[in-house]
Structures are given as C-alpha cells and as structure tokens.
Ligand binder design. Sequence first.
Ligand code: BG6
Length: 518
Amino acid sequence: MTSNVKLEQQTAEGAVYYLFGATGDLAKRKLFPALFSLYKEGKLADNFAVVGLARRPRTNDQFRTDVYESIVEFCRYKADDAALWNKFAEHFVYMSLDINNVDGFRELDNLSSELDKKFDIPGNRLFYLALAPELFGPVSFNLRDGGLLNSQGWKRLVIEKPFGYDLESARELNAQLSQVFKEEEIYRIDHYLGKEMVQNIEVIRFANAFFEPLWNNKHIANVQITLSETVGVEDRGGYYDKSGALRDMMQNHMLQMLTMIAMEPPSRLQPEDIRDEKVKVLRSLRPYKSSDDVRRNVVRGQYSEGSLNNKTLVGYRQEESVNPESVTETYFGARVFVDNFRWAGVPFYIRTGKRMPVKTTEVVVEFKNVPENVLFGSREDVGPNLLVIRVNPMEGIYIKINAKRPGSDNDVQPVAMEFCQSCQVGINTPEAYERLIFDAARGESTRFTRWDEVAQAWTFVDPIAKAWNESKEDLAFYSAGSWGPKEMNDILEQDGFHWWPVNGQEEDNVIWISGNRK
Ligand code: BG6
C-alpha cells in the first residue's frame, strides 16, 4: 500500500491493540514507548485502545504505572505533560489471561466490544504476540474460538521472531497460523527492517546516479556486513543457548540486510513487488553443498573469558542459564555468494557476534580498483573506493575517495566524505518499533517478512546447522571483547581482502570531511 499522503500526516486506523506478553521485556523496552511516541506525534488517532494481556494479575492502574515507568526510562519523548499523559493512559486496560483457556478469550471479546463503543473503534483488531513462538498457534486458535475474529473491521496478527527453529518447524507453525489468518493478515516482525538506515539503503541505491550504475560485479569487489554487539547473552541464556547467532541474527536480520543490498529495483514500490525482489535474492544464494563446503565458508565462534573497557568478562559457558559445555555459537561469520547476473563472483562477507569491541551495524561496499595506468601504475597508496552505510548506533553514510595530497607531486590522499545523520541537530530518529507498529496499523506490509522469505532463509540456513550437528570440531573460541575468530579473517585473506575497520576507525592518514561529526 502506498499513499500520496505524506507519512508524517498519516494516522493509524483506529483499532484495539492486544499486547500478549504485556508484562515482558519487549513491551517495556520497545512497545509502550513506541505507542507513546506515535501518540505524541499525532499518528494514533483518538479511537484506539490497548489491552495488556499476561497471566499475572494486575489492575488497570498498576498497568498504567508500568507503562508510565517504561516511557520514562525508554521513550525518546518525555511524559511530562500531565494532561497529555492522562489522556493517553485512559486508552490502556489490563486483563489477566490464561492463554490456554478459551473462556478468557470470550471475556476478552466482550471487553473489546465495550472498548469499541467507548472509543468509537470500527472493530479493527491488531493482535501483537510478544510471546514464545510455540504459543502463536494456540493463541491464534483461541482468538478464533473465543469470537475475537468476528467483529466488523480488519484483523492483523503481529508476531516476533524466531519463526520456527528450522524449515520444517517453520512450516508447521505457518500451517497452524494459516488455519486462522490469511497471509496478508500476518505481520512477521524483523525489527531491522524498521530501522531508518536500513530503509535508507533503498534510497541510497535507487536515487543516486553515483551508485546504481556501479551496483554490480563489474565494479564492486566485495560487500561486508557487520552486526556486532558488546553485550553478552544477558539474562536470555535460556533462549539463546538453543538459538545461537545463526538463528538469532543470521537467519533473519543479516539475510534481510543482504537482500536489501542485493535486490533488483522493484518495478513498483508496492509491498508485494518489493518482497518478490527480496525473495529472488534469497533464492539466488549459493547453497552450501556439503559439510566441507560449510566449513570452508562459514565460521562459528563462542566467546571465552576476556575484557572490554577494562572490565573482566566471563566466558559464554559461565553465563547464567547456559549449559557449561554448550557448543552454541555467539559468533557467526560467512562468505556468501548471490548467484545471479548482477552479483556473480562478488563475495558477501557477513559477520555477527556478541561481546565484540563495539556495537555497530554497518555495510561496507568495496569497489574494484581503477585499471592500472601510467600515472598510478602499481602504487600502493591508491586504496579502493568505499561506500559505508552505518545503520546503528551511528546513522549515516560515508564514501572514501582518493585525492591528491596538496603540495605534493601526485601523492594520493584518501578522503572520507561523511553524512552523519545521527549527528544532525534536530534529527530525532524514530525507533524501529514505532515505524513497524504504525505500518501494521495502517496495513503497510513492506517492512514485514512474507512467508516465502522466511522459508527461503531457512532453506539456506538449514544445511549450516546440519553440518554443525555432525561435528563440533570447527567451533572456534574468541576472547570476549575481541573481533571474533581469526578463521573468518583468513577467509577474506584467501580472497585478497580484509575487513574494513568499523565506525570509521580508519587508517591515520584519512582526511575526514564532515560538518557535524561528534
Ligand atoms: C534481536 C536479537 O533480534 O536483535 C538479540 O534477538 C540482539 O540477540 C538484537 O541483541 C540486536 O538488535 P539491535 O537493534 O540492538 O541491533
């Protein structure tokens, strides 16, 4: 769905939002703050209601206090206007619900009709399941059996990852959901797609004559995608130990970023056209043909004891709720090829890891060197051009070019020209969840993953997991606070490349041109 009305002038369609998992971490850190920001910006019209749902008993007042506290702690807007806050809080109610008992859902249906009347809501229903995936099916059945799908307006189901554990379990899950919801009613969240700079990838690529003509294997030497985190598993050891970086980050966020970089321009900016192009990239990924092939191209690592910013850090196996003999990977790195006409022969190096030296998400596009000529011959001071897209926490882009060092005989000086979006005064970037909730509430599905994308991603990932199950010999350990196993650097070296330092921690001799870098 695209509209001629500017995004900032649009409002979500009035609806009841059902937050399953309302006492959980995601609701507290992301969902309540996102709803408040949308309200503050006038994107939620007054005809909405939010029903917080969890097993724990809570009064409406207690629930509103939870929401308030979460906004004070995590929202980019302050809740300091008492009148506005009270008006917002009135829309929030809480109901304790046993999700296995359909009677509770019938009660929820009655409550929904009351809320429809009270806030003049046209029967629209947005079910947000911030729950473990094994509960998606049972909750969907009870929504149907409890009568919640019988109202007049639209029904939408928003679900969090992980969508399955492998292709087979994802298929089973999808089969359950599709007994209740149509594909176009299912909004599968990948919060990376809600990030401003990930959305900006399309604009940078398709709106710039500088880049689009060069965006292919004739001019690009390699692409590097890094999603590094400084945190360890925190209190999520129980979940993470079964998931690992492959399922937690690679199957979803990393492959989504890769598709945005590699996809063909869609013929129209409609959700289905865009998603068709992304699926084509996923289908073009060169599959790993054998376990040896996996080992040649994929590196898995686990952090051991180390230090970061002068703090000693325990190894992964010592973390809470983690099996002391765990072979779960906290680092994933791979060389991936997209076997299509545009990208034949261009390696995509991707890596993600916990307990790395910096938190960053960054894409580096390294261009091929200019043909050697009389002037520059085999000189070593002519480095490749780079386009670097910084997704978070720094947002912006920079390009690295070569120029003449003033006053020299033709010495070459690398210059990095930067647009730092996050440094711009007055830019207060919306959080990914604001965008995604808003999109779901206006029926814009582009930034959600369609079933065939999920299935294709698992098709690519499953052989890796299978090879890893056969033997754990290749699990490499890296010290917490380091850049991960050396084995991944070796893969780039075999191809004559190296990782470019993230965050512009460039070689000393680069001149930075940036009006507003902090
Ligand atoms: C989540 C993963 O999807 O993404 C987490 O489950 C990870 O393990 C997080 O920490 C990273 O997201 P962001 O937005 O902080 O880069």
